[in-house]
Design a protein around this ligand. Structure first.
Ligand SMILES: C[S@@+](CC[C@H](N)C(=O)[O-])C[C@H]1O[C@@H](n2cnc3c(N)ncnc32)[C@H](O)[C@@H]1O
Length: 212
């Protein structure tokens, strides 16, 4: 399959494609049993959580975006983070990536690109990927997502990085949903990442940088 951003002539340095579909029925089924749905979180609540985190990310951790030309917010929902980053760093080409039906339903902005697809199959390429709230996925699912993140970014030497925004617990959670550092490292190793850095910058959550 030719990814839509390639068909559109874009490269890792270039723009993402607009509202193309990379999704599958299995992705929609998987999404319907996710923990944030069970917890009753709404798109608006998730968007406002993203807004407060993005404020800290931009104001206190702006060095994360130095040298970044392209950014994809993976499973970005309403794209709150990508939009705020595009406003603060207009030279960074930002793309919101989510399931096709989510992307279709979004009110679009011309400040960012939108790509619909399934992160378990393929993630659009970028210098920097940001993914928030991974802890609802099983270890096996996380490794699949992380492997696709690795495929989508250049090596560290070439300026590639993925950022996970999630909790890093002090202890081990028996359900395996909220992970301590050793559990995160196991996932990064299994997905083939060579290096990680945890920045406890966001209250209960951390910025976890991963590189290959
Ligand atoms: C908990 S929400 C997080 C949204 C946003 N990142 C935030 O923190 O506000 C999870 C998002 O993942 C998306 N998602 C679920 N499965 C996906 C998949 N297979 N590929 C791409 N996105 C997916 C959902 O549509 C939803 O927007």
């Amino acid at each position: 399959m030719i990814p839509p951003w390639r068909a559109a002539g874009s490269t890792t340095e270039g723009e993402g494609a607009n509202s193309e579909e990379l999704g599958s029925d299995s992705a929609m089924k998987r999404n319907s049993r996710l923990p944030w749905r069970a917890a009753g979180s709404t798109t608006e609540e998730l968007g406002s959580d993203s807004a407060s985190i993005t404020k800290v990310l931009i104001e206190d951790c702006g060095d994360q975006f130095v040298g970044v030309k392209t950014l994809v917010e993976v499973a970005g929902g309403t794209g709150t983070m990508a939009l705020a980053i595009a406003d603060a760093f207009p030279d960074v080409k930002c793309t919101v990536f989510d399931l096709p039906h989510m992307i279709e339903a979004l009110e679009k902005s011309d400040k960012v690109a939108y790509v619909g697809g399934d992160m378990f199959e393929l993630i659009p390429p970028a210098d920097l990927l940001i993914i928030k709230w991974v802890h609802g996925w099983s270890d096996e699912e996380c490794v699949k997502i992380l492997k696709n993140c690795k495929e989508a970014i250049p090596t560290k030497e070439k300026g590639g990085k993925a950022i996970i925004i999630d909790k890093v617990m002090d202890t081990s959670d028996t359900t395996g949903k909220e992970r301590n550092e050793a559990e995160w490292k196991t996932l990064f190793d299994a997905a083939g990442f060579k290096e990680y850095k945890i920045l406890p910058a966001l209250g209960l959550r951390s910025i976890i940088e991963i590189y290959h």
